[in-house]
Design a protein around this ligand. Structure first.
Ligand code: PLP
Length: 473
């Protein structure tokens, strides 16, 4: 038997065509499929546990097994009625781009090994830079997602502001900030007493006066405030921290301003988003996740910093076995800009889909996310027992079923039960979060394939479920 691990042309074609057929079928039938499908561990153990096979088997049969036993147990985050967490409404063009990037096995770490892809990455990052209004001096990097983008940005902040000496340094962010900021800071060596989680105001925004007080108090105590983390669309409610005021304040106080726009910064692709995110172009660093509201399959996040050279300053190391990659003026080695040396050609999917659909269709697709949240809010306001907790903003609305007279613990119970009912039912998926101690439901409507009927149908379903649950009390 040959050790080459090659397939014949015919077998490659048969496997490839079958994979494409499976994908086309997935895209075509998705709206009619259940959104939620979760198997329990014993079932999956029984289906999939086996010893490492000594001998191979037929690839097409393995595809059948995958379809039957694996893909049957995923929640479809790209389904038009998946409104939980942050959906990832991918697109077929980008899926094909990912296949090409894997097929050509592009090593996107160095110019020497992938000059063409590096140029595509430069161009695509520049499109995002321009869309966000950052200056020409800015640069960036594609990473696995928002968590990695946030950590990369914070590592750059630590390097530029502190020369990596973190003792006594303090970082500030609101209690609505995504946990990846805290996790990133932990990985970067910050202790809990170096993190100030500022209580957000009544609209879940970073409270400027509380921020100023915390910074003054830390300075008075001899500590070194150096970085503020702000949100361009919180995961909970879509709230946007007061960016313009923060830009001015941080500039005046010589603090680094990092904005987590992993969820919301993509809104700059439409006019409404641009207006809401005024000031974004003046921040020191920004995270933006194309695998969320820019419709890419996982994994693609992006970090942008105001001065491109800061990335290299923070990450560049040249070991002797890589001296061959140091090239000519203008050549960019993306491995110098972040943590990964070996990295895939993530930019391709975003570049290719932006070229195929054009900015105009992305603009409409992003704008639709805003509209569908407004449809959800309007539908909820028509119902008697339901309360809108935070209005539609940036494609997110939070709400709860709150019949008069129900005690707090039963209200919270009801919201949690409704999520469980949704998971069991499969028609749609809505998740919960906790706001000021209240468990509430949350819909994130950024899938451009979501229809008004999907939104209204989901709310009707929730209402019917709530009526059944209320009878149990
Ligand atoms: C605001 C925000 N920041 C960061 C993240 C983390 O992004 P990722 O899951 O891509 O690591 C998320 C994820 O939902 C998010 O909503």
């Amino acid at each position: 038997m040959s050790p080459t691990l090659n397939l014949s042309r015919e077998d490659m074609r048969a496997l490839g065509y079958r994979v494409i057929d499976m994908l086309v079928e997935h895209f075509e039938t998705l709206p009619r499929k259940p959104v939620t499908r979760k198997a329990d561990r014993p079932t999956l153990e029984a289906r999939l546990r086996e010893a490492l096979p000594e001998h191979g088997s037929n690839a097409l049969e393995i595809l059948d097994q995958l379809q039957r036993d694996v893909f049957s147990s995923i929640m479809h985050t790209d389904h038009p009625r998946f409104f939980a967490f942050v959906p990832s409404p991918s697109n077929f063009v980008s899926v094909m781009a990912d296949a090409l990037a894997a097929g050509f096995n592009v090593f996107a770490g160095t110019w020497l090994e992938a000059s063409g892809p590096a140029q595509i990455e430069l161009v695509t990052i520049d499109w995002l830079r321009q869309a966000c209004g950052l200056p020409d001096s800015a640069g960036g990097l594609f990473v696995s997602g928002g968590s990695m983008a946030n950590m990369t940005a914070l590592a750059v902040a630590r390097h530029v502001k502190l020369g990596n000496r973190i003792e006594g340094a303090v970082v500030y962010f609101s209690d609505q900030t995504h946990s990846s900021i805290e996790r990133g800071l932990r990985v970067l060596g910050f202790q809990n007493d170096q993190l100030r989680k500022i209580q957000s105001d009544g609209c879940f925004l970073l409270d400027l006066s509380a921020l100023e007080h915390a910074i003054e108090a830390d300075r008075a105590a001899g500590r070194v405030p150096f970085c503020v983390g702000a949100n361009a669309g919180t995961t909970n409610t879509g709230a946007i921290d007061p960016l313009l005021a923060l830009v001015d304040y941080c500039h005046q106080e010589e603090l680094w301003l990092h904005v987590d726009g992993a969820y919301g910064a993509a809104a700059v692709f439409c006019e409404r988003g641009q207006a809401l995110l005024d000031g974004l172009g003046r921040v020191d660093s920004l995270s933006l996740d194309p695998h969320k509201w820019l419709f890419q399959p996982y994994e693609i996040g992006c970090v942008l910093v105001r001065e491109e050279r800061w990335l290299k300053g923070a990450f560049h190391i040249l070991p002797e076995y890589l001296e061959d990659i140091e090239g000519k003026e203008g050549e960019v080695n993306f491995c110098d800009r972040g943590i990964q040396l070996t990295r895939g050609f993530r930019a391709l999917k975003l570049w290719m889909s932006l070229k195929v659909f054009g900015q105009s269709r992305f603009r409409e697709a992003v704008n639709r996310g805003f509209e569908m949240a407004e449809v959800a809010e309007a539908a909820l306001r028509e119902l008697s027992n339901w309360e809108v907790v935070t209005p539609a903003q940036m494609g997110i609305v939070t709400f709860r079923c709150a019949p008069e007279g129900l005690p707090p613990e039963e209200l919270n119970w009801l919201s949690r039960e409704l999520v469980d009912e949704m998971i069991a039912d499969g028609f749609a998926m809505v998740s919960s979060t906790v706001l000021r101690g209240w468990t509430v439901l949350r819909m994130c409507t950024i899938n451009p394939r979501t229809t008004e009927t999907d939104v209204r149908g989901t709310i009707k379903r929730l209402d019917d479920m709530s009526k059944r649950l209320l009878q149990l009390l």
